[in-house]
Design a protein around this ligand. Structure first.
Ligand code: GAL
Length: 416
């Protein structure tokens, strides 16, 4: 298929005709090694508990860029999947269109209001109705490090951005890749928000990327972020276009690259490959952002259905996702921390424990901010505007001043 979007659409239309009442069609983008192992846990428990068939509708593409497009076509044509990986403002948008179904009875029976932190509960409710369930909290502001590469380069684990680039220089000198980075807009935007947090701090991050305040968007800190991004981009592989994030993680794992900026689903890849934190890889907060936390909550939303069977299966799936035993098994593999805070943390590794500690700490300060690059902070139009400007900047010699101007303008236009 020459045109990938057309291919996806065609596939989705063909797919519709094969869904039966006893099936539960689930749209998600968890297709990398670690992601697939995590979602396999859910498929297995769902099959055992419901007896129904999980109709897998997976659309590869990190951060759900492709999955979102397919969802739009299917849902607007009147054939939405029963359960869909979806988050933040998107849940509100689909809720507003009246297409999501409420699972309030189940939520009430199982006392979800008491079980979940308010912020997470609010993110999966529309108009005070439970329309989705949360799996986890991913921390975005991490750098994944191969300690053997650092030792080879005689470089130290960086604690400031200046040290980060010193370490990068040393890795470059021994002929290895300082940063593994895939060439896709969402990956560029992920690094942009991580650098912004490290340089500007959480308050300005919030003003710029959540409140979309024009003054904050044109602040010296945003300019400095584009400058840091320019410096960062000088260490990347020129042939990275189209490289998936998990292939980039693999470069770090295999000792071909020293570091990767990525949310902790990257840890899911290390774990799936049998690697151990502290030995084979290190997780360090992006230097400068130690006291802050960019959060990204994965959830499944449920679409309205006329079929009683489907509704029953939707509730069954929701109940499994909220179960503590499931939250533990799933998140140990996925790299994230559980959304249900009473889940026992003993079996989690040191990176997850550090993430939990930071999550609890930052929930008492202003240090928690939602991820823009992962659909938690804004409408998809605004997110796309940020993707476009950051991608254009990283792939050209656009000045930081020009990038700041374009960013403010594109965001203004996206909100008109
Ligand atoms: C994020 C999602 C994660 C992970 C990542 C890469 O948006 O929340 O669970 O899948 O994309 O695809």
């Amino acid at each position: 298929m020459r045109n990938p979007v057309l291919g996806l659409l065609l596939w989705s239309v063909m797919h519709t005709s094969t869904v039966w009442a006893q099936d539960l069609e689930v749209l998600h983008w968890w297709t990398s090694g670690g992601e697939a192992q995590s979602v396999a846990v859910l498929k297995k428990v769902f099959k055992e508990k419901s007896g129904a068939t999980w109709k897998d509708f997976n659309i590869a593409g990190g951060a759900g860029e492709n999955a979102l497009k397919v969802l739009k076509t299917k849902a607007l044509a009147g054939h939405p999947p029963a359960a869909v990986q979806m988050k933040g403002p998107q849940i509100q948008d689909w809720g507003k269109m009246g297409l999501l179904t409420s699972i309030n009875d189940l939520a009430k029976r199982e006392q979800w209001d008491e079980k979940l932190p308010k912020e997470i509960a609010n993110a999966v409710k529309y108009n005070n109705n439970w329309v989705a369930v949360p799996f986890n909290v991913h921390r975005i502001n991490w750098v994944w490090v191969n300690p053997k590469v650092l030792a080879q380069a005689k470089a130290k684990v960086p604690t400031t951005l200046a040290e980060l680039f010193e370490t990068a220089d040393k890795i470059k000198k021994i002929g290895l890749l300082p940063f593994a980075h895939g060439g896709q807009a969402w990956q560029d935007a992920t690094v942009f928000e991580e650098l912004l947090l490290a340089i500007a701090g959480p308050d300005l991050y919030r003003k710029a990327l959540v409140q979309l305040d024009p003054k904050a968007l044109q602040s010296p800190e945003v300019k400095a972020t584009f400058e840091a991004l320019r410096q960062y981009s000088s260490y990347l592989d020129k042939n990275r276009k189209g490289l998936d994030w998990d292939k980039a993680t693999r470069l770090v794992m295999d000792g071909k690259a020293g570091m990767q900026f990525m949310g902790d689903w990257a840890k899911g890849e290390f774990i799936a490959a049998g690697k151990h934190p502290g030995k084979d890889f290190l997780c360090i907060p992006v230097p400068g952002s130690e006291d802050s936390f960019i959060y990204n909550v994965d959830s499944f939303a449920f679409f309205e259905t006329k079929s009683k069977n489907t509704k029953k299966n939707q509730e069954q799936l929701a109940a499994i996702i909220m179960d503590e035993a499931f939250q533990k098994t799933f998140n140990v593999k996925k790299g994230s921390i559980p959304a249900v805070p009473t889940t026992k943390m003993e079996d989690f590794d040191s990176c997850a424990k550090a993430s939990m500690e930071s999550f609890v700490k930052t929930s008492k300060t202003t240090g928690q901010v939602p991820s823009m690059a992962h659909q938690m902070a804004s409408s998809s139009e605004v997110m796309q505007a940020v993707y476009d400007v950051v991608e254009a900047h990283i792939n050209s010699n656009m000045s930081a001043d020009e990038a700041v101007k374009r960013l403010a303008k594109s965001i203004r236009e996206a909100t008109m």
